[in-house]
Design a protein around this ligand. Structure first.
Ligand SMILES: [Zn+2]
Length: 83
């Protein structure tokens, strides 16, 4: 098992799943998709208003065999991980 493989099993074909994230390409800069609690609201800057809302990073698991994606919004999003 490589570090990016998970203990998740594909619900479609039973193969191993690997970890990744969903890219939000609406931004000029690449940025991972973040799950935000509640209904979307538009901010003054005409982007989604996320200040003060609960945010979770989205972890996406991909089946190494059939490509099926399964997403989990587990940990609280606190910005980019510190090195
Ligand atoms: Zn599969």
């Amino acid at each position: 098992m490589t570090p990016i493989e998970t203990d998740h099993v594909c619900p479609k074909c039973g193969s191993a799943m690997e970890i990744g994230f969903l890219l939000d390409n609406a931004h000029v800069n690449y940025f991972p998709t973040i799950w935000v609690k509640g209904l979307p609201e538009r901010s003054f800057f005409r982007t989604a208003k996320i200040k003060g809302k609960v945010k979770r990073g989205v972890e996406s698991h991909r089946c190494v065999n059939c490509g099926y994606l399964e997403s989990y919004a587990t940990g609280e999003w606190k910005g980019w991980p510190q090195k």
